[in-house]
Design a protein. Structure first.
Length: 136
């Protein structure tokens, strides 16, 4: 995981070729991040492709409920969003605050990201799921 975070492509290739399944299932104790989350945060498309090719769980959520797609949107990493689209990432998974990747894109003013999510993923523009009203 550290090799992905530090963008050491050769080390990542070696680790994934030897222990791919084990490496893609590891989680950080402090955040619940998988190697996919860490790679998104490092903004390295080449390593991201490698991690996906070695069986990373695309829609895995960390302790905050964030998926790789959510983090890609949050960090405005459009290339990762396009790659995650190609492997069928789910744009409707919400975090612990009931926010989807589309909500985050809108909050952050990432207009290109909003267009991508709406056009490619057909992300719903109106839903904010499971909000409980105090009088219900």
């Amino acid at each position: 995981m550290l090799a992905c975070e530090k963008r050491y492509l050769g080390v990542c290739q070696e680790l994934l070729s030897q222990w791919g399944e084990e490496q893609t299932k590891l989680r950080r104790k402090d955040s619940g991040d998988t190697v996919l989350h860490v790679t998104i945060k490092a903004k390295n498309l080449e390593i991201l492709k490698l991690v996906i090719d070695h069986g990373a769980v695309i829609d895995a959520q960390n302790d905050s409920g964030k998926t790789a797609l959510y983090l890609a949107v949050e960090t405005n990493f459009i290339e990762a969003v396009n790659l995650l689209y190609s492997v069928n990432a789910d744009p409707n998974i919400v975090d612990k605050n009931h926010k989807s990747p589309l909500h985050i894109a809108a909050e952050m003013g990432h207009t290109t990201m909003i267009e991508t999510l709406a056009d490619k993923f057909k992300a719903p523009l109106s839903s904010r799921t499971q909000v409980t009203l105090p009088w219900c």
